[in-house]
Design a protein. Sequence first.
Lengths: 593, 144
Amino acid sequence: MTHRSRNRSRSRRRVRMGRPTFRLRAGLLLMVFVFSLFAGRLVQIQGIDAHAYSELSDKYEGATEVTLTASRGAVVDRDGAPLAQTVDAELLFADPTRTSAKAPQIAKIIADRIDVSYLTLVKALRKPGTQYSYLARRVMPKDADAIMAELEAKDLAGVYTERDPLRTYPAGDIASNLVGFVGSDGHGLAGIELAMEQMLKGKDGHATYVTDAQGTRIPLADSSVVEPKPGKGVALTIDEDLQFYAQRRLRQAVDDTGSISGAVVVMDPRTSQVLALADYPSFDANKPGKAPKADRGSRAVQDVYEPGSVQKVLTTAALIDAGKVTSRTKVSVPGLLRRGPDTIKDWWPHETLHMTLAGVIARSSNIGTAVAAEQIEPEDLYDYLRAFGLGQRTDLGLAGETKGLLPPPESWQPISRDTIAFGQGLSVNAVQMTAAVSAIANGGEYVRPSLVKGYVGAGGEVEPAGPAKSRRVVSKNAADQVTEMMEMVTADNGTAPSAAIDGYRVAGKTGTAQRVNPDGGGYEGGGYTLSFAGFAPADDPRVVTYIVLQKPSTSDGGGTAGGPVFHDITSYALQKYGVPPTGSRSPELPLGY
Amino acid sequence: MSSFLAQTRARVPRLADAVAQQRARLSVVRRPEQRAPRVPFAALVLAVLGIGLVGLLVLNTTLQHQAFYANSLEQRADGLAERKQSLEIGVDALRAPGRVAREADRLGMVPNSSPAFLFLADGTVRGTPAPADPQHALPLDTSD
């Protein structure tokens, strides 16, 4: 007991009093030891292994700067059905320095999943002198994931993925003439994709952050993020179903008549919104490269042609509005009409006929129209036609739109007023002509046609496009009289009974014009342009449809070729939009006297 | 200021005198028994250190854990977004007008070429209903 207590007291004393010198030395030694460990490690890291560490950091760690690509806005139809959209996809690339040894195994795994040839892959996996070799672009994420999982499972390293958004057109060739397509860099090259590029593409952002070897962000490390601004979507006025039907019906018509091309425009006359704009031949927007360049645009806005007799509708409206004639005005129509050195003929031979203006329209007499138009000054006719939108772009928003040709009255020859009155010696595009007829259907008020209904924000909210500009061209009375005359065209004894829709009042007008030979030499060998414009119900128009067929091999007039197409497409639209017949009857206008 | 300095200077010799007096009377001084106990203080320091260390560790672990969790959630979100996208692509393909038309054609259906409406309110029919004409079948090809 005493021994223990002594011991304890001694040890306590040692702790209490200590031996300062020894403690100092021991402490110093310890510190020197620890610091030399640090110094040694420092030399090892900074001096000996420096290269390896910097390589490692290059590979894994450090601030990673990533571009956050703004997603491109979608293009949708009037009900939100996608016509163009961007989907996530991935790009596969390889580091050939790591893959060349096992290229065949890797290539087989990839070729089994996606549509790239085995040999191409092996070649890419063995590409010499690079650490970056493309394998495949725009691989669907599920395929890319499956490939990467299988490669990892088989311990095959050296294949990587990168984000590579893919622009798809779910509807294929439906509205491709309007929507356009993008190039391999993702920028719009045609149609709305080109015209609305700035709005669709948005603004890229970027992020900088520190990650570990697994790519996990290290918390509390430096990071900065500038969020990308996604592009806005564009909602078109197009109705995808109607567009589909119009395109297929047009294709049938072009094939049946042996035409070289054709176009159909369907509009709502109250707003001049384009419900369908079909062109044929067209192309699949997913494979634009496979179609000839001429088919990748929209002929309905790019091609000009002489409108032919559909023009008589506009001339007559101008004449009535100017107070020169009415639908019952008597016109004496000679068999031939001499104008200086030229002679004007009708499409059917006849002696002098006694027709009302309604009869002139119903039978589509060139001579009758020319005689009636004698009452209007060229300047006045020109002003009316300008007001109907001829000779100017409709600014629908598509690239390459033509403005057509309406010669100024100063340059008119003596015969110009006559030919322009019945649709020759001036040229138009299909949308212009539809908008002009639409003005008649809309009671004489021209509304500038539009193709864009609104812009879709990131949250799906739609910001409507500005209201369309409108102007009065002719009085309501003039428009109504013209409409009644146009109803005679689809009557049993008119030029286009095939355009009539049972139960409905249908107004229409046929057009046949010589087509200028694009190879030069005037009209020689150019063939004809057949067209038909009309709307229904005539007393409360809801749908305006215009059909143009270029250079058909058949020699039938616009009524025979265009009438049935008008009938089918307009019937479809009336049903789709639930427009019942109005129940009223067409007035019986006297056609002769 | 200068007066203050003068005062201090004057006070120093007086203090020195007092120390001298103390030294003069030497005596055995007992070590004061009442020293501040060391254990609680050491324990306190250790506790602070320990809590700090553990706290830091916990914080760090939590952050790391959350980073991993966030990462795994992000991966899951990516996976779900992929799935949503592929389902949407599927739906778009199924509801495309071309596909619907083809299916309808397969069932022998043709577009109705004579629109007519039945008004349930008064039982009237507007338009001229007629059986659909097979001639109005829309020619479709394989690409539609």
